[in-house]
Design a protein around this ligand. Structure first.
Ligand code: HEM
Length: 501
């Protein structure tokens, strides 16, 4: 997800080379050469980093080409460290399930991301160990368990209400024409904000939080040259200053919401749901201490950002395919009418009885996973995958997109056919076998999988129950991709929505 954003202009190219030399000089040790998976030769000292400069496409497209050339497991070199990328279902299963504990760590975070993960105290960036385990267990059991999710129903309803109002307003101004992505993102954000802080917040505050979180995701979520070669930090002083300002603003805005909630809790007025922040405020971590303010802000920020773009991107892709294929849309509407009818709105409990809806969302995640790779994993001890050596200092990632498109597993993989999931109950957690892994699998699997599936299915069902969706006249849906924080539609979906009778 993140690597494609490495930006090297001519100047940084030279500095990267010098940085690489210094870095290698410091870390060079003579070792027996391991039998690594194949890959492009790269440059001495800096490995393949300089090749990235020539990318005309995204990092994922580059990886796709390398898989075609070298096979389902490849090695790249970032500075002195090997990065192994796995596109085979079997090898991914071997690494993430059979040898799960060896491949569950995260690499050290450097540069801007260090600031926003507050030295790796967010769940996604934390090293595999007791601190990570406490935070993750808290999130899963206190906020994302099936029973906790039920208590946030009002938050989801708020999100959908906001979505419908915004869509109707835009449609009224443009004879039914709407651009969906901004509204889908805003609705997902409202739902997560409610779960995080336990209340519907005023519009102005929602806007402020959304704005800073968007900045963080787009500017600080990207890996830059100084993240790979920390010695280059001095070159990027300006960027660093900007990021510090952004972090301060984030601390103020989210800090204010945390303090508000503290006051509400102190008065015993928490209301009917136990918000994520409530669980964090009474959590004890390693050393018997509570979390400090910077850690609280980091964890709330992660909660908001991890779920917003991923779910809204998935929703946009699902709606794009529904607009593109009238047959699929009619089939879904038929299921909605059979299970729920036309009068009553689809509720969360109905979703589990809609097999075609689930198949449609799984097919969306197969064809258009929001991340073509998962987050970077680090290897804690020397091991093997697919018969190749994986050294202890290596990083490893998994080509989600390649696996979802593998013709050995998926018949006509380029076709969008939800039906394929009707006769094959594919388990997204990959415990039995891995067929596709848009949420990752194993110890680092996305803890938001249940919430995300529920949110996406409910929103798609509501949108199709209320409206017929058609493409903008003279402008067929374009499924071209571009990479932002997630892989989004290059030309965002504009569609005409018509109220059903
Ligand atoms: C369609 C929606 C989503 C997709 C496709 C998705 C995908 C992923 C992926 C691929 C990972 C990395 C797995 C790995 O490194 O092996 C991940 C991690 C994570 N996700 Fe999600 N995610 C989604 C929604 C959510 C939501 C709604 C939340 C919570 C509110 C969430 C919270 C997290 C967290 C905290 C991690 C880090 C887990 C760890 O490192 O232990 N995600 N997600």
């Amino acid at each position: 997800m993140e690597l494609s954003a490495v930006t090297l202009n001519g100047f940084t190219y030279v500095v990267a080379l010098i940085g690489g030399l210094i870095w290698l000089g410091l870390s060079w040790k003579k070792k027996k050469k391991p039998y690594l998976p194949p890959g492009p030769p790269g440059w001495p000292l800096v490995g393949n980093v300089l090749e990235l400069r020539g990318w005309k496409q995204s990092f994922q497209q580059y990886v796709h080409k390398l898989h075609k050339l070298y096979g389902p497991i490849i090695t790249l070199r970032l500075g002195s460290r090997p990065l192994i990328i796995v596109a085979s279902h079997e090898f991914a299963y071997e690494a993430l399930i059979h040898k799960g504990s060896i491949f569950a760590d995260r690499p050290a975070v450097k540069g801007g991301r260090k600031l926003f993960t507050h030295n790796q105290t967010s769940i996604n960036s934390a090293a595999y160990g007791p601190f990570w385990r406490t935070l993750r267990r808290n999130l899963v059991s206190e906020t994302l368990s099936a029973s906790s999710l039920k208590s946030f129903r009002k938050g989801r309803e708020w999100g959908i209400e906001v979505l419908m109002n915004r869509l109707r307003n835009e449609a009224e101004q443009g004879s039914g024409l709407v651009k969906l992505i901004d509204h889908l993102r805003h609705a997902a954000f409202c739902t997560l904000l409610y779960m995080c802080f336990g209340a519907r917040l005023e519009e102005k505050i929602v806007r402020d939080v959304e704005c800073i979180q968007r900045d963080v995701i787009l500017r600080a979520g990207k890996t830059q040259a100084d993240d790979i070669f920390p010695v280059l930090g001095f070159v990027f002083r300006k960027r660093w200053k900007r990021l510090q300002g952004m972090r301060q603003r984030q601390m103020e805005i989210l800090g204010e919401l945390i303090n508000r909630r503290r006051a509400v809790l102190a008065e015993g007025m928490a209301g009917e749901c136990r918000a994520y922040i409530d669980t964090l405020l009474c959590l004890t971590v390693e050393g018997g201490r509570g979390l400090n303010d910077a850690e609280l802000v980091t964890l709330c920020s992660e909660f908001l950002n991890a779920g917003t773009d991923t779910t809204s991107t998935t929703l946009q892709w699902a709606m794009a395919n529904l607009v593109k294929d009238e047959g699929v849309q009619s089939r879904l509407y038929e299921e909605i009418v059979n299970v729920v009818g036309k009068e009553r709105a689809v509720e969360e409990e109905d979703v589990s009885r809609m097999v075609y809806l689930e198949a449609l969302v799984k097919e969306t995640l197969r064809r258009h996973p929001p991340g073509h790779l998962v987050l970077m994993h680090a290897v804690t001890e020397a091991s093997t995958v697919g018969g190749y050596d994986v050294p202890a200092n290596a990083m490893i990632n998994f080509s989600v997109r390649e696996m979802g498109n593998d013709p050995r597993v998926w018949e006509n993989p380029n076709e969008f056919r939800p039906d394929r999931f009707l006769c094959d109950d594919v388990d997204l957690t990959g415990i039995r076998e891995i067929k596709l892994m848009p949420f990752g699998v194993g110890r680092r699997i996305c803890p938001g999988i249940g919430l995300a599936m529920m949110h996406v299915q409910l929103v798609v069902a509501r949108l199709v129950q209320k409206f017929v969706w058609e493409s903008k006249p003279g402008e067929p849906v374009d499924l071209a991709e571009v990479e932002e924080f997630t892989v989004v539609m290059k030309n965002p979906l504009h569609a005409v929505m018509k109220q059903r009778d």
